[in-house]
Design a protein around this ligand. Structure first.
Ligand code: PLP
Length: 399
């Protein structure tokens, strides 16, 4: 029978989740999914961090009731996030001009920021890197913005096309929203150098652009403080800086949806008014955030012993990814008849832009059951000592 929505069209499939569906349907016992954005340990499992388990034990022993959180989230979590993201001695925190709210993962943080911008800078357009995390465009468009790209990846030199990027940023009108990956650029793994960031910060300030720093991988490039340094440098400016941050990867808490949205404002009074507006956005979307994941992260970050345990475990993840990069390069260079893959070592974070073409990606899937995003993005964090040889052999065969 006809219904009011009978003619509803099918929405486009999410490209990455589509890969996972095809992977699950593949009967080949050697199949490997490198399309994901998840860290796996050397046994191919999503780790349960020891610090998380210990925090959960403490929480269970306490036996707290499941009350509502405040609209802006768990206070001890929000303040711990601020210290982690901005650095404890940051002048902006000392001057109490940062407003931070708990969010439903990094994605939820981006959406709170996008809704805030739509309300208070509705004529702005948004600029994302080319390429970028595939959800950036859809998310800002869904919030009502026109979304454009600035040049980012130079596929010939396998690095950042900084000349293209900076000249586009210089051409943007005031109040353009520029989405920047604070570290571990997804999908390319190519980050700006310190000197390049200096130039970007200068253009942002001179042209009165609105920087929106997305930090989903703090700790995966060099370490917590080092990876946070760009956010900290932006935060010294007396102009708005928006920051989305996530603990999905760094705490291996994907499904608990633990993130935060922060805005650096001009002074404490502006921060208080901004916070009131963020609470209004949250209240009308989902009223208030969930407790469990934020309590785990808050418990770990506020306990010196657990905090140290976490940093060690995060270091372990980072080091393992680096090892996989080196091993993959060794294997590929040995097997690929003179092609040099050492660029993979210099990429940051969980991903590598491998340079594989869509045809090669297709062949890898069909002939070897190795699943990679059609752009050639490989999740290095899904490689391990058991599957690396198989993957390297398969790639060498399709080159
Ligand atoms: N931003 C970037 C650049 C990402 O890569 C991701 C996750 O893959 C996110 C945001 C979203 O993170 P979350 O899973 O915490 O929503």
């Amino acid at each position: 029978p006809e219904t009011i929505f009978s003619a509803i069209p099918m929405a486009p499939r999410d490209p990455i989740l589509g890969i996972t569906e095809a992977f699950h349907a593949d009967p080949n016992p050697h199949k490997i999914n490198l399309g994901v954005g998840v860290y796996y340990d050397d046994n191919g499992k999503v780790p349960l961090l020891k610090c998380v388990l210990e925090a959960e034990r403490q929480m269970t022993a306490q036996g707290s009731p499941h009350t509502y959180l405040p609209i802006d989230g768990l206070a001890m979590y929000d303040s711990a996030v601020q210290k982690l993201v901005f650095g404890e001695d940051n002048i902006a925190l000392q001057e109490k001009r940062v407003a931070t709210v708990q969010s439903i993962g990094g994605t939820g943080a981006l959406k709170i920021g996008a809704d805030f911008l739509k309300r208070f800078s509705s004529n702005s357009q948004v600029w994302i890197s080319d390429p970028s995390w595939e959800n950036h465009r859809a998310l800002f468009e869904a919030a009502g913005f026109k979304v454009n790209t600035y040049p980012y990846y130079d596929s010939v030199n396998r690095g950042v096309d900084f000349a293209g990027m900076i000249s586009t940023l210089k051409s943007l009108p005031a109040r353009s929203v520029v989405v920047l990956h604070a570290c571990c650029h997804n999908p390319t793994g190519a980050d700006l150098s310190d000197a390049q960031w200096d130039e970007v910060i200068e253009v942002v300030q001179d042209n009165k652009l609105i920087p929106f720093l997305d930090m989903a991988y703090q700790g995966f490039s060099e370490g917590i403080d080092s990876d946070g340094k760009i956010v900290r440098r932006f935060a010294r400016l007396y102009s708005p800086v928006l920051v989305s941050s996530s603990f999905s990867k760094s705490f291996s808490l994907y499904g608990e949806r633990v993130g935060a949205f922060s805005i650096v404002t001009g002074n404490a009074d502006e921060a208080a008014r901004t916070l009131s507006q963020l609470k209004r956005i949250i209240r009308t979307n989902y009223s208030n955030p969930p407790i469990y994941g934020a309590k785990i992260v808050g418990t770990v970050l506020n306990n010196p012993e657990l905090h140290k345990m976490w940093e060690n475990e995060l270091t372990g993840m980072r080091v393992r990814i680096h090892e996989m990069r080196h091993k993959l390069v060794d294997e590929l260079n040995a097997k690929s008849n003179g092609q040099d893959f050492s660029f993979i070592i210099h990429q940051n974070g969980m991903f590598s832009y491998s340079g594989l073409t869509p045809e090669q990606v297709e062949k890898l899937r069909k002939d070897y059951s190795v699943y990679i995003v059609s752009t050639g993005r490989i999740c290095v964090a899904a490689l391990n000592s058991h599957n690396l040889d198989y993957v390297a052999n398969a790639i060498a065969k399709v080159l």
